[in-house]
Design a protein around this ligand. Structure first.
Ligand code: NAG
Ligand code: NAG
Length: 381
């Protein structure tokens, strides 16, 4: 997808400093998930490869593999970590080969690259999903990872976000229930989710793994838990003129009458959530996806720890979070880390506080003003 090995030693240094933070993901409600699978089944944990859950009704009991083993959802057993397909959120590359890719179980397009210096988070370009079987970014129709995938930039459903890839947690090859529809069923094949509906008024029986007549205990799996159905923000509004931030920085929702309409800022402008207006990019206080819609390779990260962090973008998709050396701050307009005593860019410093206390040692030794080079981050084929 992109060239490799263009990086200099300096870029290698930047990668060493990589903060490697993944986008926040909704915590999965394991009780609600367990209700959709048969009693006695084991499901993976999103947080840690060596732990997993035993499901019995709405009771999810946390279990642990011993001896450094990882849980394998498809064999329903603990196996050597190298044989496991699990990607742990806290240590995604633990036990994995350097140079391999691991899926992010909480995002359809997210993945981890396991480099020499640890895990580096990346995202497939907009409209593509990460296929954990082939370890590649593919078009969403080729790998429909979740039933709740909605492209929020289309404006169809404000606030709807990708919840998770159910098939990274649930065993392949059997039918399980839907948290939002009593007649709905799901099925994972090669980690790809297939969904359907029982016909002729039948409902899905979770323990029978089949469609059947409704009984008094039917439909317990329908919890509409937002962590499973894809959290839905209200699509209706009451006060005309009210604004709400969108996924893309240059867009926002405007309440017109009783519903939100997706609006786009003028060229080069981003939506500022504080002043509720479109402003110059570097001044926009908006925790949005700053790579989305941008043609730049490097953009400021929004206030994770001041202006020293920045994002590496390829084709408008975030590939990595990187960090400037001490006393350097990222300046999106310059496209590089620059020496600055107190960066005033609101996009990465919304509280107006200095990003990092300066250290005198670094001050006396540093004279260069730009340090950013081409990135060495690798991407899936
Ligand atoms: C998780 O789901 C269960 C079953 O629907 C529900 O009773 C419980 O309140 C949920 N927990 C949270 C924290 O939402
Ligand atoms: C913007 O929207 C998202 C999702 O609704 C939210 O998490 C974020 O905190 C919002 N606010 C700002 C200041 O970006």
């Amino acid at each position: 997808m992109m060239g490799r090995g263009q990086g200099s030693m300096l870029a290698g240094l930047l990668l060493l400093l990589c903060a490697c933070t993944a986008p926040a993901a909704a915590n999965l409600n394991m009780s609600a998930l367990c209700l959709t699978v048969p009693d006695g089944m084991f499901v993976s944990s999103q947080m840690d490869c060596s732990s997993y859950y035993h499901c019995q009704g709405a009771t999810a009991s946390l279990m642990s593999c011993s001896n450094g083993q990882y849980f394998n959802k498809d064999t329903q057993t603990c196996v050597a970590s190298s044989q496991s397909t699990c990607a742990s959120k806290s240590h995604p590359c633990l036990g994995k080969t350097v140079g391999s890719f691991q899926p992010d179980s909480s995002s359809c397009g997210g993945y981890w690259y396991c480099g020499d210096s640890g895990a580096i988070y990346g995202s497939c370009p907009t409209g593509e999903n990460f296929n954990p079987t082939t370890m590649a970014c593919v078009y969403a129709y080729q790998y429909a990872c979740s039933q709740s995938v909605v492209d929020s930039s289309s404006g169809a459903s404000p606030g709807v976000e990708v919840a998770l890839n159910l098939c990274s947690l649930i065993e392949n090859g059997f039918y399980f229930g839907s948290a939002s529809d009593c007649s709905g069923w799901n099925y994972c094949q090669d980690n790809v989710l297939h969904s359907g509906t029982c016909q002729n008024g039948l409902v899905f029986n979770v323990n029978g793994k089949s469609c059947g007549y409704r009984s008094p205990s039917s439909c317990a799996q329908v919890t509409n838990d937002p962590s499973l159905t894809g959290a839905v923000a209200p699509t209706t509004c009451t006060t005309s003129g009210t604004m709400k931030n969108a996924t893309a920085c240059n867009q926002y929702y405007l309440c017109t009458g009783s519903s939100y309409t997706l609006m786009t800022c003028g060229s080069g402008l981003y939506f500022d959530t504080v002043s509720q207006t479109c402003v110059a990019r570097m001044q926009a206080r908006n925790d949005c996806d700053r790579c989305l819609g941008s043609t730049k390779s490097f953009v400021n990260a929004y206030s994770s720890s001041g202006c020293n962090q920045y994002l590496y973008c390829v084709n408008g998709a975030q590939k990595a979070v990187e960090t400037c050396p001490d006393n350097y701050y990222f300046n999106e307009d310059a496209g590089s880390c620059v020496y600055e005593t107190e960066p005033a860019f609101k996009c990465c410093n919304p509280d107006g506080l200095s990003g990092q206390p300066a250290t005198t040692a670094a001050k006396t030794t540093t004279t260069a003003t730009t340090t950013t080079t081409t990135a060495t981050t690798k991407t899936p084929a």
